[in-house]
Ligand binder design. Structure first.
Ligand SMILES: Cc1cc2nc3c(=O)[nH]c(=O)nc-3n(C[C@H](O)[C@H](O)[C@H](O)COP(=O)(O)O)c2cc1C
Length: 604
């Protein structure tokens, strides 16, 4: 970690903050604003206190390590694209012809020996200082509370190491962990994740599950922890492949789990599968709180650390945040693997304001009828890709996927009710819009066809359109049109939801000659002038089966917060909003540098 701090410093990608800052909200709010900037830097807080605990910590806190494309490349030591190319090569190894090619292939395969983790019987530097039994006190670590409504303090960049009941499989997952008291942590491994599968093995066998949580060390460990590796494959293999050096592991002191020897802090313990406890709420990476749910609990048996550890953390919430850059690397590196199930896929993109699993844009070569639909089903059926809620496929003649403006013109010129499929399946456990937990609607839009040849709509100004809709309903408070020159002009409507949104949509058939796609958002907390945050809201708030209305070529999307009027019976979570007084105070102290326009742009 110290080496990475130096590397970031040398590249002018680190800001050291020596002012006194609190673990409750202050550090998280400073980091949250910083990482949204175009030139954001990692932040090292050296003077960390807790007024709540009446404590001053001697461990500094490091945030936003993956705070830019450049920082991410520095951590990888190469471009993610280079890793992708190497994986592609490995996947397509051909028998070599000629002596020179044989030597080349042998050298390549010989290099692969560095992929495998190596176990040492010695102690690691992460075990220089140890606290066992009664000495264990999680409150001695500067663990942050990141959002006002959070159920407590959470470890947000913990590498969670687990193993299968028979010890043959290891796993590294990045899951948040809630501090309950001085020696107990909530384990937020969601239902679909590998550690949850291991947990069920231990539960069935009625045995306690060993878990070790590492913090810090090489930040690439934490990136590997969030990588969607196939079930049963240890994520540290990916570390070895990227770094071209064997990850070096040492055994935890009080359980059988091996952890990298150079991490900063290790929390060891055991999970009793008989015990579950309420976890959350927690301001999550969807930009909403995840609500209280029962999760397993770890009894901490030991804490070890380096002589001078650094505590690494992140804050998740509304985009863009650190996960934008982590997600970008994941997206690039996993493209060759995705192509093994979807061979004619050219590229894909999961925009951060679509909260990754809420929206995927994919470009492909179409070889036969229904090819795009085949890929949609393939995605929805495999690993963590199956969490994707909305998939839009375009042909090989489409603009670059990052060129959102031109790409959206291309898509809108091709949308037809005929090309939309609505299905259902597995959802991310965090999805709040689905009618049931972790299961809901899926939307697939096949835009690989030619442009549709429907007549152009009769476009009128926003003001004229608003006058027309006001005559239909007084509960429509604002309207703004986008992309009116395409075959699918969009009208964003802010509404006060006094009745089911479907009824608004039906009444608005009267304006069908002027527009094709109506998007309904709540009057509160949305700006119709902010497409970046509107996409975030829409992709989060809809369940395709319930919220998309398709009558002939007039489409409605209900992106309002749901309640009984929509037939929604679950509890709808709130947005992750910063504490306004704390933001103001941090601006006054010059710890945050942001004006009103910036704060509004990202709905801070
Ligand atoms: C910042 C961040 C926080 C995350 N928090 C959680 C979490 O609390 N629980 C969870 O199940 N997944 C979480 N994830 C996603 C997992 O890390 C990811 O799905 C990973 O592939 C899981 O590994 P596994 O399949 O080995 O379980 C998080 C990812 C990121 C980038």
């Amino acid at each position: 970690m110290k080496r990475v701090i130096e590397l970031l410093k040398e590249n002018d990608l680190l800001r050291v903050i020596d002012d006194e800052v609190d673990i409750d909200l202050e550090i998280a709010h400073i980091a949250y604003v910083e990482v949204k900037k175009d030139d954001s830097k990692a932040l090292l807080f050296t003077n960390v206190v807790s007024k709540r605990l009446n404590k001053k910590f001697d461990i500094p806190v490091l945030m936003n390590v993956f705070g830019s494309f450049k920082a991410t490349e520095l951590i990888f030591g190469k471009k993610p694209q280079d890793v992708a190319e190497f994986i592609e090569e490995l996947l397509h190894l051909k028998p070599p012809t000629g002596f020179a090619k044989k030597i080349e292939m042998f050298a390549k395969l010989f290099e692969l020996r560095k992929v495998f983790p190596k176990r040492s019987s010695k102690r690691g530097e992460c075990q220089e200082i140890t606290y066992k039994e009664n000495e264990v006190n999680l409150f001695d670590l500067p663990i942050l509370k990141t959002w006002p409504e959070d159920g407590g303090a959470f470890i947000t960049m913990g590498q969670v190491y687990t193993q299968s009941l028979d010890g043959t499989k290891q796993n590294l997952g990045m899951y948040r962990l809630q501090v309950y008291d001085k020696n107990r942590l909530g384990m937020h491994w969601q239902i679909h994740k590998d550690s949850a599968h291991f947990f069920h093995e231990y539960k069935k066998a009625d045995q306690k599950m060993p878990v070790s949580i590492a913090i810090g060390g090489d930040p690439l460990y934490i990136w590997c922890g969030q990588a969607p590796m196939p079930n049963g494959m240890f994520e540290l293999l990916l570390y070895g492949l990227i770094k071209e050096e064997n990850p070096l592991l040492v055994k935890s002191l009080t359980n059988p789990i091996y952890i990298p020897k150079d991490v900063d802090i290790v929390i060891e313990g055991w999970v009793d599968p008989k015990k579950l406890e309420i976890e959350g709420p927690f301001g999550d990476h969807t930009g909403y709180y995840t609500l209280k749910e029962p999760y397993p609990v770890m009894d901490v048996s030991c804490i070890t650390h380096k002589k001078e550890p650094v505590y690494q953390a992140t804050v998740v919430g509304k985009p863009p945040l650190e996960d934008k850059y982590m997600g970008w690397a994941t997206e690039r590196i996993f493209l060759p693997l995705l192509k093994t199930t979807a061979p004619d896929l050219i590229d894909y993109k999961m925009p951060e304001n679509g909260v990754f699993h809420n929206l995927i844009l994919a470009k492909m070569n179409v070889m036969y009828p229904g090819h795009a639909k085949q890929f949609m089903h393939a995605f929805w059926g495999v690993g963590q890709m199956s969490f994707v809620k909305h998939a839009i496929f375009v042909g090989n003649d489409a603009p670059e996927l990052e060129n959102y403006d031109e790409l959206s013109d291309y898509i809108l010129d091709r949308i037809s009710v005929e090309n939309i499929i609505i299905s259902e399946g597995v959802c991310d456990a965090l999805d709040h819009s689905s009618p049931t937990y972790a299961y809901g609607g899926k939307l697939g839009v096949d835009c690989t066809n030619d442009s549709v040849n429907f007549p152009q709509k009769n476009i009128i100004s926003d003001k004229e359109l608003f006058e027309k809709v006001s005559k239909i309903s007084k509960d429509i408070t604002e309207i703004k049109q986008y992309k009116t020159y395409t075959k699918t002009p969009i009208a964003i409507l802010k509404i006060k939801k006094t009745k089911p949104v479907y009824e608004f949509y039906k009444e608005l058939e009267a304006i069908k000659e002027h527009t094709k796609l109506l998007v309904f958002v709540d009057d509160e907390k949305n700006s119709i002038d902010n497409p970046y945050m509107l996409i975030w809201r829409v992709a989060n708030n809809i369940d395709a089966k319930r919220d998309i209305y398709l009558i002939e070529e007039f489409i409605g999307i209900n992106a309002t917060n749901k309640n009984k009027l929509d037939g929604y019976d679950r509890e709808w979570p709130g947005d992750t909003d910063c504490d306004k007084d704390i933001i103001k105070n941090l601006i006054d102290k010059k710890l945050i540098d942001a004006d009103k326009i910036f704060l509004e742009k990202f709905q801070i």
